[in-house]
Design a protein around this ligand. Sequence first.
Ligand SMILES: Cc1cc2nc3c(=O)[nH]c(=O)nc-3n(C[C@H](O)[C@H](O)[C@H](O)COP(=O)(O)O)c2cc1C
Length: 323
Amino acid sequence: MDFSTVYMNLKLRNPIIVGSCGLTGTQDKVKACADAGAGAVVLKSIFEEQIESELGKMSHEESWYPEATDYISSYGMQNAISRYLKLLEDSTKTDIPVIPSIHCFGKGNWIEFAGKLESAGASAIELNTFILPSDPRRTGRDNEKIILDIVSDIKSRISIPVSVKIGSYFSSISSFVKELDDRDIDGIVLFNRFFRINFDIENLKIVDGSFFSSPQETEPVLRWVSLLSPLTSCDIAASTGIHDGEAVIKQLLAGANAVQVCSTLYKNGLGVLSDIHGFIADWMRRHNYSSIDDFRGNLSQKSSSNPAEYQRVQFMKASVNSK
Ligand SMILES: Cc1cc2nc3c(=O)[nH]c(=O)nc-3n(C[C@H](O)[C@H](O)[C@H](O)COP(=O)(O)O)c2cc1C
């Protein structure tokens, strides 16, 4: 049985990528992911602010986002660039593709760093992009343009594949993804799950929201992968809420080239990877498939005899039993 897949021109031994998180933040952890059966890893993101301030090209105090402050308090500021390059170089000693990730929210000198990642052996680069659309003076188009400009710039400077990991706050995800595709992006990760806030109603204060996803969160991803995979020429990695083999197969049926997992590994340990492999093997055997490509995309909107079902958003026809 052939579990291999091609994601951004990279041949992966299987479609399960460990997404960018603390589990890919050290060489030992990356090796553990590879030993446990990951098809590839995306390294913990380095922040644009770290790169810029180390390059001495930004007065970072004014520009930092709250995420960056958090990151720097846990990972430290000193020599971030050389430490990240070392992490990448050490991680490439594993036999799986290693994809560094840059958290970015503006076009700047940090883009030079992408060339260094390429030289240090990166298989591809993932851009972790997000601009919270909370500023009423900025239109959606203003925010989209920032990401599109970053992509055009970075694509003109490096020759390894580039993916963009996006959130779902777009008024028209389809048209935005099409614009990314037009800029020859190699992969799109749908979707990032960002840090959340919650309220403590006894002490009347803001607290951290849930760090980890629940399996139900994979449903919106399933819709968008089904809708977008036939529309784009770039590859798609599904992300968020994928906790087990069944969820992986659903995303592949929707047309994803690969999936990214994080929360389930935090919650259940790296052994989940072999459970997922076992489930996929068993399912493929039962359905007489010998390779991932035999069934990939078979439930995307394009392959469906009822494409309107993928567009349905209201509950009018649903029969819900209420007591
Ligand atoms: C502790 C933690 C750290 C994360 N750090 C990053 C990061 O540095 N860069 C990034 O792009 N995503 C980061 N993520 C988001 C994950 O890569 C992933 O997109 C998200 O958790 C949804 O996938 P999941 O449902 O499999 O957890 C982080 C997630 C967690 C839980």
